[in-house]
Design a protein around this ligand. Structure first.
Ligand code: ACO
Length: 409
């Protein structure tokens, strides 16, 4: 804590005072050296490196190494790390039976919350969160197994056999294989789509103390099993105000398309601005960014590349998204509130073009964010001064009263 920042712990110890800050609008919940956001500039750094440079010059495995260990790997470290992750891509066969308990039409995030939580029942040599070796192997297992679990959840919902990982493929390539190959047919991984997916993973890898990361920290602060703490993060991410926004944004674009497409954009925007309508422009706005989310810019570029590769340059939903953005960036409602597209505004269009079904979008986000969750969890537990998270409250209920006998109530 710097000299110009009040140490609230000391203040509390000296005065018994505490702060009231619903939604943590201005309260830091921890110290962290992992991810830095300057919301006014629209800047995002992982361990000091700008997201634009990482997304352009590095792949997701390098980004994972950076987030977990603090430094980008050299060639040998990258190979060793990738091999280590690759060695853990399979999940215990028992997981298939666990999956069978779900309805086939269950939401993939409902399935993922269960599957990730269930991992805590399997790996007894990586469940002690206070043991650094356990934490490290849990991190590798989680990063390695998330693509397998997401693909299994998908295959289960469409009734197809699960595809085992192919370890000669890249992290993103392997995910595409497990998603789209069948025992009857190979899936030829397109380098452009593989690179786009890898970029989606990098852009979503961490984002400091967002709701799901804070959930993981709070959950892990009790010393719980690390897989259980990450399952809590998956559950939190599901909400439409957080990771669920990519699915919500694409559904919103689909609805406007059904209403009449670009011609109806103005009418839709009037609804968004009417506070009584309850309609929000999904994929817009952010608690920290009061400028363009740098990830949204990169995602828009990726979107153009992917659509060009697939010959879908005239994709109506992409056109709609661009039209909405153009109006919003010139409209006083959005300008005065500093509302810009966030990462979810374009990521859904890219995922859909790759062939990922809409209900799976947030699960793909969870897959990518897992490294951030576990890096933040390990940073917290590795700090000798960490304490169990235990927010205070301002009590607004009844003051003391006496229980009356049943016949007198
Ligand atoms: N559409 C219309 N109005 C909006 C939007 C939006 N998407 N976002 C914020 N506003 C308005 C609010 O109504 C509020 O207006 P007011 O001052 O007149 O009351 C003002 O802008 C400030 O918004 P808050 O809700 O106070 O901002 P907060 O920081 O609490 O919420 C959030 C941020 C949840 C992201 C919000 O902007 C939102 O709901 N966006 C849509 C969902 C979304 O895209 N979520 C993804 C976030 S990024 C991520 O998780 C990866």
């Amino acid at each position: 804590i710097g000299p110009d920042v009040i140490d609230i712990r000391k203040l509390y110890a000296q005065t018994g005072m505490f702060t009231y800050d619903p939604g943590f609008l201005s309260t830091a919940s921890c110290q962290s050296a992992i991810t830095y956001i300057d919301g006014d500039k629209g800047e995002l750094l992982y361990r000091g490196y700008p997201i634009e440079q990482l997304a352009t010059n590095c792949d997701f495995m390098e980004t994972c190494h950076l987030l977990l260990y603090g430094e980008l790997p050299d060639g040998k470290q990258k190979n060793d790390f990738t091999k280590l992750v690759t060695n853990h891509t399979m999940v215990n066969e028992q997981m298939q039976f666990f999956l069978r308990g779900f309805r086939r039409d269950a939401h993939p995030m409902a399935i993922m919350t269960g599957l990730v939580g269930a991992l805590s029942a399997f790996y007894h040599d990586s469940t002690d969160i206070n043991n650094p070796q356990h934490r490290e192997i849990a991190a590798i297992r989680l990063i390695a197994k998330m693509p397998t679990l997401v693909a299994m959840a998908y295959k289960y919902t469409i009734g197809q056999p699960y595809m085992y990982p192919k370890n000669e493929l890249s992290y993103a390539g392997n995910f595409l294989h497990m998603m789209f190959a069948t025992p009857c047919e190979e899936y030829k991984v397109s380098p452009v789509l593989e690179r786009a997916l890898d970029r989606i993973f990098t852009l979503h890898a961490d984002h400091e103390q967002n709701a799901s990361t804070s959930t993981v920290r709070l959950c892990g602060s009790s010393g719980t099993n690390p897989f259980a703490a990450i399952a809590a993060g998956v559950a939190c991410l599901w909400g439409p105000a957080h990771g669920g926004a990519n699915e919500a944004a694409l559904n919103m674009l689909g609805d406007i398309q059904k209403m009449g497409g670009v011609a109806k954009v103005g009418e839709f925007m009037e609804k968004v601005k009417d506070k009584n309508s309850g309609v929000k422009l999904m994929g817009f706005g952010h608690r920290v960014y009061k400028n363009y989310d740098p990830r949204a810019k990169l995602m828009q570029e990726t979107c153009k590349e992917v659509l060009a590769e697939l010959g879908l340059e005239n994709d109506p939903l992409f056109k709609l998204a661009m039209a909405l953005e153009k109006i919003a960036l010139e409209d006083d409602y959005f300008v005065s509130r500093k509302l810009y597209p966030n990462v979810d505004f374009y990521s859904g269009i890219v995922q859909r073009a790759i062939g990922i079904p809409v209900p799976l979008f947030t699960a793909v986000f969870a897959l990518a964010r897992t490294v951030g969750w576990i890096a933040q969890l390990n940073e917290m537990i590795g700090d000798p001064e960490y304490k169990i998270g235990r927010p205070r409250q301002l009590f607004t209920g009844a003051v003391r009263r006496d229980v009356q006998p049943l016949d007198k109530r």
